[in-house]
Design a protein around this ligand. Structure first.
Ligand code: APR
Ligand code: PHB
Length: 391
C-alpha cells in the first residue's frame, strides 16, 4: 500500500491530523493497534480550549460538540471553605468547553470514515522504517498478514507508549521528565453536578477536582498516593473524601452511582526534537503534562494544526519552511503548557514539603484572589494563548 502521510495512532492527534489532511486533499492512512470500540470508550480528560473548539469547527466535526458541549466562562478555586471565582472570559475574552475526549475521538472517526478516509484498527507489530530517507515505510500485521505502507512522511501520533519516539536515535533525542509522587483517582458518576463551573479544591488531605460531562453526569478526581490501588477506595470512602475536600458551608457534592473509575499517574515529559528526517511526532508521543491544567488534548491538537500547515505548504509549493520550523514552533507552546500544568499542580496538590509548602500555596491562592494581574495570568494560560499568528 502507498500513501502520502502514514499516521500511527488514532487518538486525538492522529485523527485530527487525518481530518485536516483529508480536507486539504492530502492522502493519508491511519494505523491503530486497538479496536474502534476501545478507542471510542477510553475515558480521558474533557476540557477543550478555545483554539481547539475553533479548529474542530473549521474542519466540520463540531455538530455534536455544539449541541452537547458545555461552555464555561470561569473556574472556582476553593480552599478552607473559601471559594474564589476566576472569570476566564471576562479576563481574556476566551472560553472553555467541557466535552469528553472520547466524544471528540468518536466525532473525528465518524467524519474521517464518512469522507472516505482509510483507517485500520487492530493492526499489530507496527514498525516505522527508513524514516531518515525519502522512502519511509510502516510495516505492520493486519489479520495474520504482514503489510507495508510506503509513505512520503510518517506522523508518529501513537501516544506515550507508542513506537515512533524511539525511531529518533538516542544521540539526537533529548528527554525531559518529572514524575510526581501522587496520582489522580477519577470517577464518572450518575449525579447532577452541584456546580455550574469546575471547582479546583486545595485541602490538607490533598487536591480534588469537581468536573462534569453533562447535566446528569459528574466527573470527579481526588489526589491519591502512587502506590494506592482502586480496591482501597470503595464508593463510600471516595464520596466521604470528596465531601471533605470540597467542603463549603451549606453545600454538598451530589452523590450517585459510580460507573467508571481509574487511577492516572502524573508525569511531565518532553522529547525533543519532534522531527527526525521524514518522521514527525505529535501529541502524547512527544509530551505528557499532568492533567491539572487539562492541556494534553489541546497540545496534541495544536501540534497537528502546525504539522498539517507544514505539509500543506510542502505539497502545495515544494517549500519545507514550515515543516522545518514545526519542531521549534510546536515546542514553544508545549513548554508554556508544561510550565502552566506544573504550576497548577504545585499550587493545589499536597506536596512533600510539609507546612512550609502549604503556607506558600495558601499565599499564592490569596494572591490570585487579590491581584487581577495574577488571575489574568492564570486565566490566559488556562484558556490557552491564541494560536501562533503565522500559522
Ligand atoms: N501502533 C498503532 N497505534 C498505537 C501504537 C502502535 N504501536 N501505540 C499506541 N497506539 C495508539 C493508541 O492505542 C492510541 O489510540 O495511538 C493512540 C495514541 O492516542 P493518545 O494516547 O490519545 O494520544 P494523542 O492522540 O497524542 O492524544 C493526546 O491528550 O488528554 C490527553 O493523554 C491524553 O490521549 C490524550 C492526549
Ligand atoms: C475533566 O473534566 O476530565 C478535567 C477537567 C479539568 C482538568 C482535568 C480534567 O483540569
Amino acid at each position: 500500500m502507498k500513501t502520502q502521510v502514514g499516521i500511527v495512532g488514532a487518538g486525538p492527534a492522529g485523527l485530527t491530523l487525518a481530518v485536516l489532511l483529508q480536507g486539504a486533499g492530502i492522502d493519508c492512512v491511519v494505523l491503530e493497534n486497538r479496536s474502534r470500540e476501545y478507542v471510542e470508550k477510553r475515558v480521558r480528560a474533557g476540557l477543550l480550549e478555545h483554539n481547539t473548539v475553533e479548529l474542530l469547527h473549521a474542519i466540520g466535526v463540531a455538530d455534536r460538540l455544539n449541541r452537547e458541549g458545555l461552555e464555561h466562562h470561569g473556574i472556582y478555586l476553593r480552599r478552607q471553605g473559601q471559594t474564589l471565582h476566576v472569570p476566564m472570559t471576562e479576563l481574556t475574552g476566551r472560553r472553555i468547553t467541557i466535552y469528553g475526549q472520547q466524544e471528540v475521538v468518536k466525532d473525528l472517526i465518524a467524519a474521517f470514515l464518512e469522507r472516505g478516509g482509510r483507517l485500520r484498527f487492530e493492526v499489530s507489530d507496527v514498525r516505522v522504517e527508513a524514516v531518515n530517507s525519502s522512502n519511509p515505510r510502516i510495516s505492520y500485521t493486519e489479520g495474520r498478514q504482514a503489510q507495508e505502507l510506503e509513505c512520503d512522511v510518517i506522523a508518529g501520533c501513537d501516544g506515550f507508549h507508542g513506537v515512533c519516539r524511539a525511531a529518533i536515535p538516542d544521540e539526537i533525542r533529548t528527554e525531559y521528565e518529572f514524575v510526581y509522587p501522587f496520582s489522580w483517582l477519577g470517577i464518572l458518576a450518575e449525579a447532577e453536578p452541584a456546580t455550574d463551573e469546575l471547582i479546583y479544591s486545595w485541602h490538607e488531605h490533598g487536591f480534588s477536582l469537581y468536573s462534569m460531562r453533562s447535566s446528569q453526569v459528574s466527573r470527579l478526581y481526588i489526589q491519591v498516593g502512587n502506590d494506592e490501588r482502586l480496591e482501597e477506595w470503595p464508593d463510600e470512602r471516595i464520596w466521604e473524601e470528596l465531601q471533605l475536600r470540597h467542603a463549603s458551608e451549606g453545600w454538598r457534592v451530589n452523590e450517585g452511582p459510580i460507573f467508571e473509575r481509574g487511577v492516572t499517574p502524573m508525569r511531565s515529559f518532553v522529547a525533543e526534537p519532534l522531527r527526525y528526517g521524514r518522521l514527525f511526532l505529535a501529541g502524547d508521543a512527544a509530551h505528557i503534562v499532568p492533567p491539572t491544567g487539562a492541556k494534553g488534548l489541546n497540545l496534541a491538537v495544536n501540534d497537528v494544526r502546525l504539522l498539517a500547515a507544514g505539509l500543506v505548504q510542502w505539497y502545495g509549493t515544494g517549500s519545507s519552511e514550515r515543516l522545518d520550523d514545526y519542531s521549534d514552533t510546536a515546542l514553544r507552546r508545549v513548554w508554556r503548557a508544561q510550565d502552566f500544568s506544573n504550576y497548577m499542580t504545585q499550587l493545589l496538590h499536597k506536596l512533600d514539603g510539609g507546612e512550609f509548602q502549604q503556607q506558600l500555596q495558601l499565599s499564592r491562592l490569596e494572591y490570585l484572589s487579590r491581584s487581577r494581574a495574577a488571575a489574568c495570568s492564570l486565566a490566559e494560560n488556562y484558556v490557552g494563548l491564541p494560536a501562533q499568528p503565522d500559522f
